[in-house]
Design a protein. Structure first.
Length: 152
């Protein structure tokens, strides 16, 4: 069974909607990551993922850390991202979580090389070997419902 991977920033976490997110990141402030609003209906998202996980799908997060950052900021951002996931989706137990250097090839870190990825970054989608979905074009909840229907 496939693993369904999610990017965070711009895919499920509205980092770019946080006021002054870029200067704050440059100042190595990790709070924009915890302040980000979810970009999916959290109830529906958790419900669909629980069903899919029950049917054998695995769930993963692959998220880049901030560009050109110090080691201490990388640690702070990793913690902020983990905290955000726990608080936003308390019901979900992800099977894989990777918080990696900005620009890392996501297909290199994924355990399931033929998995499905939701990612707003074209560079990631182009290199991905499995199915890559652009969340700006296809609604995440709708797509998860389709995957669920196909697994029935
Ligand atoms: Mg992104």
């Amino acid at each position: 069974m496939y693993t369904i991977y999610f990017d965070m920033d711009g895919t499920i976490a509205d980092l770019y909607g946080v006021a002054d997110w870029l200067p704050r990141l440059r100042a190595e402030d990790a709070t924009p990551y915890t302040d980000a609003a979810p970009m999916v209906d959290t109830t529906e998202f958790q419900l669909l993922l629980a069903i899919l996980q029950n049917r054998g799908y695995k769930l993963g997060i692959i998220s880049w850390l901030a560009k050109d950052s110090s080691n201490s900021y990388k640690k702070a951002v990793t913690k902020a991202k983990r905290d955000w996931l726990t608080e936003t989706f308390p019901e979900i137990m992800f099977d894989e979580m990777h918080f990696v250097q900005y620009g890392t090839r996501k297909d290199y870190v994924a355990k399931d090389k033929n998995g499905i990825i939701f990612d707003d970054d074209e560079r990631v989608r182009e290199k991905w070997r499995g199915k890559a979905i652009n969340p700006n074009i296809e609604d995440i909840i709708e797509k998860l419902r389709l995957i669920k229907e196909m697994s029935e």
